[in-house]
Design a protein around this ligand. Structure first.
Ligand SMILES: Cc1cc2nc3c(=O)[nH]c(=O)nc-3n(C[C@H](O)[C@H](O)[C@H](O)COP(=O)(O)OP(=O)(O)OC[C@H]3O[C@@H](n4cnc5c(N)ncnc54)[C@H](O)[C@@H]3O)c2cc1C
Length: 401
């Protein structure tokens, strides 16, 4: 269950470290350190995307035939771990990890030829139009309607929680083209440029104070039939295929990065005893308990990588287990960070956050982001399949249902 790194993998790990030392400059590090969101803001994404693209590493999982790096599962793990532990900007998943692989599996040759190079270069920036006010966990309840009119569909309705719709120039969306039969049977998968007349985006400012998500409205939007992926009314198959890519992923490197910050802060801050917080037995115990939990998540991730390396499938329940425990440990790490911050967690640090920051944080430099990260991370047990939904999947697998 452990991954024995081959000499080639160790060489690759060194190469990734050298690349990060050179390209993840102090300026980029400072900008990334002031980000609290799931994905870094648009401009920072674009810059980091470009750097990875030029290196040929922007799409670690894509096949070389489509311009990807085609890393092995172990190399992917090394790459993701090194980037996350260094605190490199998290690139949005919607284009590189969701739309691209979905098109490779279900797109027409024309769609692949047009979109894949643009996703890779960063020219297109995608958002995901799945959820609606009445359709989240129960996605098949979606109502956004598309009616065929010659060579176009005319779309009316709304999508909710569209992450980065305000940065995106393309959206993939699920629409209802039929109300006959099962709800899943009347769904169609479409692609649309965000500047199509009739599409508008309204910001949603979350409890962390960030503008990361939106509500997107469709008012008589004409989308060419050529932008349909798969057949009419068969979009559910395409939608589920795409979700397989959304749900995969590793958590432990990101949580390790957060725990390194917790330890750094706790070494600098004082407990009531006058000792540094990290020497305080009660706080130290919480840190170590969480690190043990994190070691279990990491071991599970490595088990999955071993299986994939041996040519096996990860299995649906591993993805659910990792989503459940990975997001829980991530939330706990952000709770410890707020605790370590002490009094500096009380003031409003938002003016010191983000690319447009116009103020220094109140207190040390590390005081800017932990509270916003704490609030932002509350959503991680909701998006990408809520914890309750993951528990249902695990229960069904365990009970053989
Ligand atoms: C920050 C953020 C970003 C997002 N980004 C996007 C995006 O870019 N594009 C997009 O399309 N969507 C996005 N989403 C939407 C996300 O996928 C949904 O929020 C999620 O699927 C849950 O749906 P819901 O919000 O409608 O809650 P509901 O499905 O209404 O759930 C409400 C509660 O009921 C529980 N519940 C629901 N069904 C069951 C069940 N069968 N058994 C037990 N408990 C259940 C849930 O766990 C939850 O606690 C985002 C959400 C958030 C919070």
């Amino acid at each position: 269950m452990h991954i024995a790194l081959s000499p080639r993998d160790l060489e690759f790990q060194d190469e990734v470290r050298r690349f990060l030392d050179e390209e993840f400059t102090p300026e980029l590090r400072a900008a990334a350190g002031r980000q609290a969101g799931v994905f870094a803001e648009g401009d920072l994404n674009r810059r980091w995307h470009r750097i990875l693209f030029e290196k040929g590493w922007v799409a670690p999982a894509w096949p070389k035939a489509h311009g990807g790096a085609e890393f092995s599962p172990v190399q992917r793990y090394i790459f993701e771990s090194e980037c996350a532990e260094a605190g490199a900007p998290a690139l949005p998943a919607m284009g590189l990890q969701m739309c691209g692989p979905m098109l490779m599996g279900h797109g027409t040759e024309a769609q692949k030829a047009y979109h894949l190079p643009r996703i890779l270069s960063g020219e297109s920036y995608w958002c995901q139009g799945y959820s609606e006010p009445g359709a989240g966990s129960d996605l098949a309840a979606l109502q956004c309607r598309a009616v065929r009119d010659g060579d176009h569909y005319v779309v009316d309705g709304t999508k909710l929680w569209t992450t980065h719709a305000h940065f995106a120039n393309w959206i993939f969306l699920l629409v209802r083209t039929s109300t006959e039969g099962k709800p899943q049977a009347g769904i169609t998968f479409l692609l649309a440029p965000m500047d199509t007349p009739g599409i508008s985006v309204a910001p949603i400012i979350t409890i962390s104070g960030e503008h990361e998500v939106n509500q997107t409205f469709f008012d008589g939007v004409r989308i060419p039939v050529a932008n349909r992926v798969g057949e009419e009314n068969q979009g559910w198959t395409v939608a589920k295929y795409l979700l397989e890519f959304e749900r995969g992923g590793v958590f432990s490197p990101r949580v390790k990065g957060l725990m390194a910050k917790v330890r750094h802060m706790a070494a600098a801050e004082r407990a009531d005893t006058g000792l540094s917080l990290i020497q305080d037995p009660a706080f130290r115990r919480k840190v170590i308990e969480l690190e043990i939990e994190l070691a279990a998540v990491e071991a599970t991730e490595r088990m999955v990588i071993s299986k994939l390396s041996a040519g096996g499938a990860a299995g649906d329940s591993s993805a659910s287990l990792l989503k459940l425990k990975g997001t829980e440990t991530m939330q706990k790490a952000t709770e410890l960070a707020v605790e370590a911050l002490g009094a500096y967690a009380a003031p409003d640090q938002r003016p010191a956050l983000g690319l447009g920051a116009n103020a220094a944080p109140m207190g040390p430099d590390y005081a800017a982001a932990p509270v916003a990260r704490y609030f932002n991370t509350r959503a991680s047990t909701i998006y990408g399949g809520s914890s309750e939904v993951q528990r249902n999947i695990l229960a069904r697998a365990a009970l053989g249902l």
